[in-house]
Design a protein. Sequence first.
Length: 229
Amino acid sequence: MGARVDVVEVRKSWGEGGSGGDGTVAEALAGVSFVLEPGELVALLGPSGCGKSTLLHLLGGLDRPTSGQVTVNGHDLARLSEADLDLYRRRTAATVFQLFNLLPTMTALENVALPLLLDGVPASEADGRAERLLGEVGLAAKSGSFPWQLSGGQMQRVAVARALVASPALLLADEPTGSLDSRSGAQVLDLIAELASARGVTVLLATHSEPAAGRARRVLRLRDGLLER
């Protein structure tokens, strides 16, 4: 089942404004609020530098807000210990990155199985689940290939499989088509939508592309750290 996400007046800033600092504060998010319903596919649309990746990092448990609250399935992420956040990242929230982030010395199968192995799943079960998911993304014949032997679109399919192999409730896609040509990008978007829908996963898709955002059920428009109304 997908995650319910509640974001309430979230701000994220860097820099020091008090004594000892130079007074410079950069605010990436300036009070953002929204809700993602379980199983919903939502696009986060905005230009580069508007705060999209910062927001995804907060939802992914990779960073904490300066103020405000990010709650996933009733759990305030800012109140979780580092150990609990680690479990959250392994079991609840998964991310698909623009640049794939595949390990070059591992095959496609090994890349997809890795999150399961890190979570203590036996190797035989992890390999079996990874192999089945590679089949679902149309790459069964490429399971033994290394990333350098794959096209950009194929690498992103492997990345999608890796993100979904642990059956997360929340999928964060950070410009997943930004490094792909239009045809490969459309195929990856279709794949994310189909697989997430089949599993009931909640998806937040960050993009600067209007056509990509058009695949979503609804669109949140972010500009200068604020959602447009």
